[in-house]
Ligand binder design. Sequence first.
Ligand code: 5CA
Ligand code: ZN
Length: 431
Amino acid sequence: MLAWPAPLLPTLPGAGPVLRLFDTARGEVVATTPDRVARMYVCGITPYDATHLGHAATYLAFDLVNRVWRDAGHGVHYVQNVTDIDDPLLERAERDGEDWVVLGMRETALFREDMTALRVLPPDDYVGAVAAIPQIVAHVETLLDEGLAYALDDGTGDVYHDVAQAPGFGDESGYDEATMLALSAERGGDPDRPGKRNRLDPLLWRGRREGEPSWPGPRGTAGRPGWHIECAAIALDTIGMGFDVQGGGSDLVFPHHEFSAVHAEALTATKPFARAYVHAAMIGLDGEKMSKSRGNLVFVSKLRGEGVDPMAVRLALLSGHYRTDRAWTADLLAAAEERLATWRRAAVRGAGAPAAPVLAGLRERLADDLDSPGAIALVDAWAAATLAGDGDGDGDGDGDGDGEDGAPAMVADAVDALLGVDLFGAAPQEG
Ligand code: 5CA
Ligand code: ZN
């Protein structure tokens, strides 16, 4: 699938330090250990509605991972999926009397526009579930052949993974069974379905139902893929086992990331699926998680339509730490707009407070589990110091401001490359 255009990425002098991230499986901040090319898989959207600020926050967190690795000198092989066939897509299409393919394509197109506007670096492989069906079917057949999966005998053709045979089951989330059962029921699982060997067993393949789209499936059983095997198959096909970061929102810790790992580890008889499982916290609105099912959504595209600068949206979402659940508020956006205007006023000066400490500080803050609030505070301090110069105090008579010549341009490059905020994108107001 087509991804979206890449924003320009300035090259900075020197290189940043090793990126450390909180790994859900180990329960602590660990150093990432990428090879020359770092490998990252981030779970993509289910395109039945527009991108809201929760989705955006999650993709911005992993955009920082991408940027920090690149700044440290690594190449990055970044993969993202699109769940372009699943229950919610079919349900929404049915509700609105629309073709599910058209709905999915339209919302994916809007997502691309939103990501482009937010200056998110695009994935190298952008893969839809439908396109991955042949690989998924082959994997389900392998699991059946090896006796690790089973078909229900109720005539549906539904196939489940037998998790009792998966030695690594539970390693990713670390949850106890009661928690798993509760989350499974809440997030698309079917713990109470009769005929399953284990209540937690995840669906690998759903046999054809009247009125639903279907594809040729394992052992000739038409149907459509389960959700977790989609991400396992796409990751295996693009970046293979043992990749550096599996990412997504914290609502994917269980069951999705647990079972994607279990499927891939069973298929390859190796561990681990990912070296680190990294989760972005939830963005809320009015005291609840922002979610399509609750309908309490603020869309990126709606804000763009209202003329809000996407760089202010980006700054607003990055002004909180990615692992802290936080709320979207009008004040958050207003503060980000003001901050952006201040940074832009400082960035157009010809001289300002020294740049090197800002670059070093940004690198240090972001490498420390993506401390974007700490990074932003450094730029705030730099902008304040730069703007506090009286404009001609350095005696060179150029009216550019006190301090180091060229520092503002260098800081703007660092802010662009590391935080993804373009300070020259809108007409700056000098003041
Ligand atoms: N297609 C699957 C992943 S394979 C899916 O979860 N799609 S989604 O459209 O529901 O979510 C897309 C991404 O946004 C996921 O990484 C999800 O964890 C994240 N996400 C969803 N809601 C929020 C929220 N309120 N705050 C932060 N991230 C969120
Ligand atoms: Zn996924």
